[in-house]
Write a protein that binds this ligand. Sequence first.
Ligand SMILES: [Zn+2]
Length: 262
Amino acid sequence: MAWIWMVAVPGAVLLWAVSLGRILSSPAPYCLPASARFLPPLRGDRRSRHVLLVLAHPDDESMFFTPTILFLKSKGHNVHILCVSLGNADGLGNIRKEELFKACATLNIPAEQVKVLDHQKLQDGFHEKWDHGLLVELTMEQIQLWDIDTIVTFDSCGVSGHPNHRDVYHGVSKLLHENQQGNIEAWELVSLNIFRKYSGPVDIWLSSLTSSSSKQPTYCVVNCSPSRTFEAMAAHRSQWVWFRRLFVRLSSYTYINMLRKI
Ligand SMILES: [Zn+2]
């Protein structure tokens, strides 16, 4: 049986290296399939989009959405972040808020384009149930303030299944449903199964294939500078413990985001 491991381990290392090579070979973030229809510049005077990432906790942006942020910035779009909670489950809320601003600085998102809420009914925790109507109300305030035209958020599985992530998705869904003008485009980060989630750069092959064949508009956004993810996550010093360092190395969300239109 030992021969199986002698083949499998070098094979896996080779596949990892080839996949990473494909990701690093581009000088700029890109999407697959390459398409001018994916988040094109707006018509009229304002060509760049005002994109709002609606997230649940400080560090969601760095741990899961870095490929998306770097792609949007590379296209000249204006990225804003609404973080719905302080991430105060362990009593570190104010520290985590400051860490979020530091992480955003590494991603070139200005502090005035980052809003962190601390609402009594929207506190961090696995057992907290967030009010979707309240999420609509508070998200709409930021949409109007920042003149947002595009939203990016979690999908209904919330990447990790965290109920706060899932509630954020349901809040955005409700907002889209209630927005009669239909002037907001929204995309969700596709949650991957456990094998794909921990396949690092290797998932680029499956993500690009499934994006091309999906019935719903879906694109795979590739981060050609994964070191930026490490830099952003390291700014969350209170969270930068050994298992998150390992997660960021193994996670396909460091290298790739699959975005599906809601
Ligand atoms: Zn989170």
